[in-house]
Structure formats: structure tokens, C-alpha cells
Design a protein around this ligand. Structure first.
Ligand SMILES: NC(=O)C1=CN([C@@H]2O[C@H](COP(=O)(O)OP(=O)(O)OC[C@H]3O[C@@H](n4cnc5c(N)ncnc54)[C@H](O)[C@@H]3O)[C@@H](O)[C@H]2O)C=CC1
Ligand SMILES: C[C@H](CCCC(C)(C)O)[C@H]1CC[C@H]2[C@@H]3[C@H](O)CC4=CC(=O)CC[C@]4(C)[C@H]3CC[C@]12C
Length: 438
């Protein structure tokens, strides 16, 4: 049952489809809308090119449209955005979504500890893309990256629930890193800060209380012992408390936090790990968690879209949105963690064995505890970080689902990707990933 991360073998996915990597085909449904809009704009500016200004002015309504168009162009492409963690799983989607859906973008700065080679392809577009290799724990590096940015989207974080990093390192990156981002905004005069928080700042708590279709106002006893949720909760609190602080120049800082549930989609490392685990087990996964335990999931493209929208609307409605938290949600179905994964792993040839858990829960707990012990014993020699440990078992075995429309009410959010589209894209990515590795 417990298996270490990645270690690739070819699988049934790759035998079906031979595609290029998901990065090459990245586009969003909203693009069609932007293209239509661009066509409309072209139409107007063509008319403008063909006629002299005096004639245009005499055309009444058309003249007004043109003036509006020119005013829009002057407004357009003036903003500088910074995305921290822009080369991570979510960060890359936020970066690509911004380039496709934020017409006012002049420069996009991507700040990450590790820069991806795919950034190069972005540098040929109309927006200036600036890649900055840096560490959020280094205040001076953060301040240099933030200086002159209008908006910061802070997604960088250490996502570790497997015991790979020490609690101190997790705190340093997630809490001190966030403090550095806030202070950089204050010192350099950046007014808008969007923080990627997590459902984990709420729960599941260590008592295993269910959170069933809850919203941002649902009372819940949030008690954390694990370093990852504790660090995310502290960082979120710092971000929200910073709302209203005066930044350089005297304007107020406007902040808000987005809380994704479990994100899935193209680039999801844990899904990859579970897929290869299934391959090693002969194309089978064994049910460990009852199907009745619901786990909230949200598609990465919709989480990215929410970041883009929230960053835009925060500038328009600071009084309403400043200091607020929003769960990230879409139309993904409520299912158990394992059943939900099978929506993608099934079409890749994997089978989930058992309608009920094959092992009693006490035995799973014992195995999880054994894994934790082994991790501790082996630490001087090697990193043993299996998927199953007491914390991940508790996470997977506690109902935590969200049902809210706060984002829709506050800033008009509607998911950009339907469930069918999210599912198809994720399956295609898994198939492409497997065939390209063969
Ligand atoms: N993956 C998930 O299911 C969820 C993730 N989140 C949050 O979303 C954010 C992004 O998570 P993922 O994309 O899944 O993780 P990821 O690990 O793929 O991305 C995080 C990025 O931050 C960068 N980073 C880490 N330490 C850094 C440092 N010291 N300085 C600069 N950059 C650093 C990494 O290099 C990486 O590119 C995180 O803040 C995480 O807490 C929230 C809810 C669910
Ligand atoms: C790895 C867990 C599944 C293990 C299955 C088992 C016990 C049979 O081996 C994952 C179950 C729940 C996941 C977490 C959850 O989706 C919420 C998260 C939010 C974040 O901010 C980061 C990621 C994660 C902690 C996510 C991590 C994997 C699980 C623990």
C-alpha cells in the first residue's frame, strides 16, 4: 500500500493517445470571447484607418465609439503584475491565464525559486514577461521583484504534507515568505495583494469533524497541529490583517485570500504519483477510504481564473473585497478522494478494487503510523515520504466539501471550465504525459 513518490513505467494511457505535451495546446474557452472582442476592435480601428479624423467626427456615434476605443487603448496595457511561485502547478496556470485574460497587462513578472524552461516561449508575446529567480524568504529579493508592480499574486509556498521538509522550513517559506511579500508591498507602494491560501486553514481539523458543503461563514473548530495547515493559517491571517495598511505614497493596501480545496488538473504531481503507483500494482488501486467520505476538489484552470478575476476586481471594489476570504469552487462533483481520482485514472486503464475499503481503518492507521516511524528512522540515510501517513489518512478520511457563491456575489465569478471540460483536459494531460515519457 504505501509507495514512495514517482518512478515511471509506461502505462495503458500512452498506448491510446500519442500527443504532444499539454503545454503546447494550452488555451481557454474564454479565449474565443477575447478573439471575438479583438475582431470587433479590429473592425473599428480599420474604419479609423480608412477615414480622416474630421470625417470620423461627423459620423456621430461611430466617432464616439472611436474616441472610447482610443481611451480604452490608452488605459490598456499599463499594469504590472507579479506572480510569486509562478512556475509551480497552480502558478503556471495563473501566469498563462493572465496572459490570455488580462488585457491591461503591460509586464508580467514571474518570481520563483526554480524557473521553468517553458517561460522562454512566453517571452515572444506582446506582454513583457520577466522571469525572476528568487526566494521569498529573502526580503531584499522580494522587495526588488515587487517594486513597481501594481498587483501581487502570491502563490509561492511549500506544499508538504508528506514530511519531506522540516516544520521550520515550511514556516520559513509560508509564513516568513508571506511577511516579506506584505512588507515589500508596503515599502514599495504596491496596493493590491492576492494570497493563495488553502481550505486547510479551516480544516479538516485534528478531531476529524466533517465540514459538509460549508461556506466561508460556516462555523468550524479549526485546530491545526501539522506544520503545513498551521503555516497557511498564520500566513492568511497576516495577509488579511494587512488590509488597509498604508503603502508608500499613502494609499491603503487592499488584500484578500483565496482558499482552494484540493486542486486537480494538468501538472498535478500527486495525481501523477498515484497513477504510477497504480501501474506498479498491475493497473489496480485498492480502496482505502469509504465512498461516502466527500472530499472537495476544484479544477486548476478555474482556480487560476479566480485569481485573475479577483486581482482585477479588487481594484474596482476594494471596500467590498478587501480583507475577505473566498473558497475556490466550480462544478466538479462531490466524491471521495479515490472515486474522484478514478474519473481520470479510469480512462487511463486503472481500476479501483473494492466497493468498500479493503482494510479495516485501524489497520490503515497502523500502517500510517509505521510509515511515520520508518520516515523518522530512515531520515539520516534517505528520505522516505510515502503518500500514506497519519495526517494524509485523516485528510482523506474526513468529509470536507464546500458549497458557496460568495465569489459570484462579490466579483461575478463563474467557472470558466465546465466539469466535462476540466475532466477531459486532465485526462488528455495524463495520456500525453505517459506517451511522452515512453
Ligand atoms: N495543490 C493543492 O491542492 C493546493 C495548493 N494550495 C496552495 O497553492 C499554492 C501553490 O501550490 P501548488 O502549485 O500546488 O504547489 P507547487 O509546489 O507546485 O508550487 C509552489 C511554487 O512555489 C515555489 N516556491 C517554493 N518555495 C519558494 C521560495 N522559497 N521562494 C520562491 N518560490 C518558492 C516553488 O518553486 C513552486 O514553483 C500554495 O501556496 C499552496 O499552499 C492551496 C490549496 C490546494
Ligand atoms: C495524499 C492524500 C491521499 C492519500 C490516500 C491514502 C490515505 C489512501 O493513501 C491526499 C488526500 C487529501 C489531499 C490534500 C487535500 O486535497 C487538501 C490539500 C490542500 C492543500 O493546500 C495542499 C494539498 C492538500 C494538502 C492535499 C494533499 C494530498 C492529500 C492529503
Amino acid at each position: 500500500m504505501p509507495v514512495e513518490h514517482s518512478g515511471h513505467q509506461g502505462g495503458p494511457c500512452g498506448k491510446r493517445v500519442g500527443e504532444e505535451g499539454w503545454r503546447l495546446g494550452w488555451s481557454v474557452p474564454g479565449m474565443a470571447r477575447r478573439e471575438e472582442q479583438a475582431e470587433g476592435d479590429n473592425h473599428l480601428s480599420l474604419a479609423g484607418n480608412e477615414r480622416r479624423p474630421a470625417l470620423v467626427a461627423s459620423l456621430g456615434t461611430l466617432g464616439l465609439w472611436l474616441q472610447q476605443d482610443m481611451a480604452d487603448s490608452a488605459q490598456a496595457q499599463k499594469l504590472v503584475y507579479l506572480v510569486t511561485g509562478g512556475c509551480g502547478f497552480l502558478g503556471e496556470h495563473v501566469v498563462r491565464m493572465l496572459l490570455q485574460q488580462e488585457p491591461r497587462l503591460r509586464e508580467l513578472r514571474i518570481f520563483d525559486l526554480h524557473l521553468g524552461p517553458w517561460l522562454e516561449e512566453l517571452k515572444t508575446g506582446p506582454v513583457q514577461v520577466t522571469a525572476i529567480q528568487g526566494d521569498v524568504t529573502q526580503a531584499h529579493e522580494v522587495a526588488a521583484a515587487v517594486a513597481g508592480a501594481h498587483v501581487v499574486i502570491h502563490t509561492a509556498g511549500l506544499v508538504d504534507v508528506f514530511g519531506k521538509a522540516s516544520p521550520e522550513t515550511i514556516h520559513e517559506v509560508n509564513v516568513q515568505g508571506t511577511k516579506n511579500v506584505i512588507e515589500a508591498c508596503v515599502q514599495t507602494g504596491t496596493q493590491f495583494l492576492v494570497y493563495t491560501s488553502s481550505m486547510e486553514v479551516v480544516g479538516p481539523n485534528i478531531k476529524g469533524h466533517p465540514f459538509y458543503r460549508g461556506n466561508e461563514d460556516t462555523p468550524y473548530e479549526a485546530v491545526h497541529r501539522h506544520p503545513y495547515p498551521s503555516s497557511k493559517a498564520r500566513a492568511e491571517q497576516l495577509v488579511l490583517e494587512a488590509n488597509g495598511r498604508k503603502v508608500r505614497g499613502g494609499l491603503p493596501l487592499v488584500t484578500c485570500a483565496l482558499r482552494p480545496t484540493g486542486i486537480y488538473g494538468e501538472g498535478h504531481q500527486i495525481m501523477r504519483d498515484i497513477y504510477y503507483q497504480g501501474l506498479r500494482l498491475g493497473g489496480r488501486l485498492f480502496r482505502a477510504i469509504p465512498a461516502s467520505v466527500e472530499h472537495g476538489r476544484v479544477y486548476v484552470g478555474n482556480v487560476a481564473w479566480m485569481h485573475v478575476l479577483v486581482a482585477r476586481e479588487l481594484q474596482q471594489r476594494p471596500a467590498l473585497m478587501g480583507g475577505q476570504v473566498y473558497f475556490c469552487y466550480d462544478k466538479s462533483p462531490y466524491k471521495s478522494y479515490e472515486d474522484f481520482n478514478m474519473e481520470f485514472l479510469g480512462p487511463c486503464g486503472l481500476r479501483l478494487v473494492g466497493t468498500r475499503p479493503l482494510l479495516p481503518y485501524w489497520l490503515l492507521m497502523l500502517l500510517a503510523a509505521l510509515n511515520a516511524l520508518l520516515q523518522w528512522l530512515l531520515r539520516p540515510l534517505l528520505l522516505y515520504a510515502p503518500l500514506l501517513n497519519p495526517y494524509t489518512l485523516a485528510m482523506a478520511n474526513t468529509t470536507f466539501t464546500v458549497s458557496t457563491n460568495k465569489a459570484q456575489r462579490h466579483f461575478g465569478y463563474e467557472p470558466l471550465f465546465s466539469w466535462e471540460e476540466s475532466r477531459t483536459r486532465t485526462i488528455r494531460w495524463m495520456q500525453a504525459m505517459d506517451s511522452s515519457a515512453q
